[in-house]
Design a protein around this ligand. Sequence first.
Ligand code: CMX
Length: 473
Amino acid sequence: MVLFRSVTALSKLRSRLGQQSNLRDSVRWLQTQTSTDLDLRSQLKELIPEKQERLKKIKAEYGKVQLGNITVDMVLGGMRGMTGLLWETSLLDPDEGIRFRGLSIPECQKVLPGAKPGGEPLPEGLLWLLLTGKVPSKEQVDALSEELRSRAIVPDYVYKAIDALPITAHPMTQFTTGVMALQVRSEFQKAYDEGIHKSKYWEPTFEDSLSLIAQLPVVASYVYRRIFKDGKVIPVDDSLDYGANFSHLLGFDDPKMHELMRLYVTIHSDHEGGNVSAHTGHLVASALSDPYLSFAAALNGLAGPLHGLANQEVLLWIKSVVDEVGENVTTEQLKDYVWKTLNSGKVVPGFGHGVLRKTDPRYSCQREFALKHLPDDPLFQLVSKLYEVVPPILTELGKVKNPWPNVDAHSGVLLNHFGLTEARFFTVLFGVSRSIGIGSQLIWDRALGLPLERPKSVTMESLENYCKKAASS
Ligand code: CMX
């Protein structure tokens, strides 16, 4: 990569020399381009020792401080409310929603560079923020865009592995197969085989994570075009940023769709560490599985209907409402449809959350986007109506802890509006986005030397015996 960066800088210099007569300017420009300011890896190298010291101090000074009590309900209830993971890149507040390195979504929209001033944040900027904790400049983001484009090369055997699956295989199955095939070139695995010292684990993890993030839009688009567009593949456009390029690779070049994709990838990137996909990636990586293996595992968790597949389920559910009742559905008809769904033993997709207790700000910012760009879209209007109809019904059930909509309640109708109508593909978009959060955290996992995860489990018998003993003493 160092070689690549020098070659890229030199070729840029050559083209600048072609454009400009002032050699001194060009040399000065080259100096700024190769400076560590624009290089994410160099930035991380500076930050890591400080964080390692901080973690050591926390362990030494506060190692015995209790973070809460574990109850039987928690053990039997999917570990809800049990703090058990260190996750640096983001933190979820039940009422406020997600904060990426301390910044809420509206704050990120304000401070992260867009393609144009005031535009939606560029996902590369978020990647920089998640990795370093610092808001990048536009120049830093542009340098990272270029680096990601240079890494967006997918070997032929990856396509062949996908092609071996029937076209009817779910897009997530095809996508994860592609990720597993990408693993063949893992730098981490190679370095480990060659006996790398553990203090350097983060370096090949960085290489793998960045390459993975760069390659995923290419693999995802291949899957999309293979299934839905007669296999005609579109090449990467060197003039476009990460989000716009992803949209372009899929076949959508409306500037509004580019903006949507930037926003989509940014808000789906990370949601602290305990959700199924993030936790799975972190768990698998704790065995020193490389980022490809870990991320493929994470994707398999994301593919479940209670997690990432919900964005597919929401659009299919909304379309089933339209098919059965029509677009101009009344509030009463909608209520009946929600009850019908619940009475048939299903969940209402896009509502509820394991941690959030208010409307998901990822939902709210997508609503803002819709109000700005597609206020008259009939499916958007239906989504708005659902906001009024569903929460009171879920509240009436008496058991739902959060009746409000989550991120998945909104994303599908936005994509559908711009022509990406194939709901079965949506979770793949979620997957591409998640690589930014999970990939960033995996680098820190290795930089901080986080250990193998191995919580204790109990049998029902041992749990009963423990509780009886506790009650009698
Ligand atoms: N529709 C119907 N019932 C719901 C519900 C919904 N949207 N949300 C929660 N419930 C039910 C649960 O199924 C559970 O019922 P049982 O006790 O009969 O099993 C009960 O209410 C209590 O659940 P909870 O504590 O409020 O929620 P959980 O933490 O167990 O589950 C979630 C969270 C997201 C799985 C759940 O709200 C759900 O199934 N929502 C619909 C699917 C969805 O939108 N998932 C996407 C979440 C965001 C993401 O990860 O991408």
